[in-house]
Design a protein around this ligand. Sequence first.
Ligand code: ATP
Length: 239
Amino acid sequence: MPRDPILVVRGLSATYGPIRALSDVDLDVAEGEIVAILGSNGAGKTTTLLAITGLIRPTAGQVTFRGRDITGTATETIVRLGLAMTPEGRHIFEGLTVVENLRMGAAFRGRAAFERMRDEVFALFPVLAERRAQLGGTLSGGEQQMLAIGRSMMSEPAMLLLDEPSLGLAPQIVEVIFDLIVRLRDRGTTILLVEQNARLALDIADRGFVIASGRVVATGTGRDLLASDEIVQAYLGVE
Ligand code: ATP
């Protein structure tokens, strides 16, 4: 790996009652990378993110973030350590304004930090600045996705986990969102990206991990993964 690892996952397993959702997952992300987790519906991509961020408790394995064991740590503590997540389906507060939504992402920070990050988010997403007083529920899908990402940025994370940022968005809007993800990385945020759209994700990712039935079945650069007919046909659904 070219740079220092920021996130190291070893032997991660998780269950939902009797259902085994993750088995022995190993995964590394180096500082400054964009890494994609790929796989079809129900493969275990979201569960991987939930187990990393403490939203579900893994049954086995270890998660190390910036050299510190965070396995099973409370999500709030993990966010304070610099790891934030933008969930699938965005989950913005529809009845709150854009600015109020951003404030929720900086709940434990002082006023000065809030204002500094709000201005940074507005610089990254000028459309949110224009719509700062608009209710979240009245934003377009693409604007809501920007707001969800912006809200995660408010805690100034060193690393951001993004769950299906392209979900339900028109192709041109997806392109805008993916350009923004690259810009976030270029300004220093490490990115772990879950996507069903493998071609799209591998376009911007340094490396990818393919998950099937809760296990990592392949890993490599986008070029490596897309060069294997077997992987593409069996797991990636790329035409
Ligand atoms: P998608 O792309 O459809 O979001 P995914 O790869 O993110 O899929 P997960 O959501 O991680 O998949 O689900 C992995 C497995 O765990 C699936 O079989 C799913 O049905 C199951 N599962 C997920 N959440 C729960 C839950 N709350 N209770 C029971 N089973 C669950």
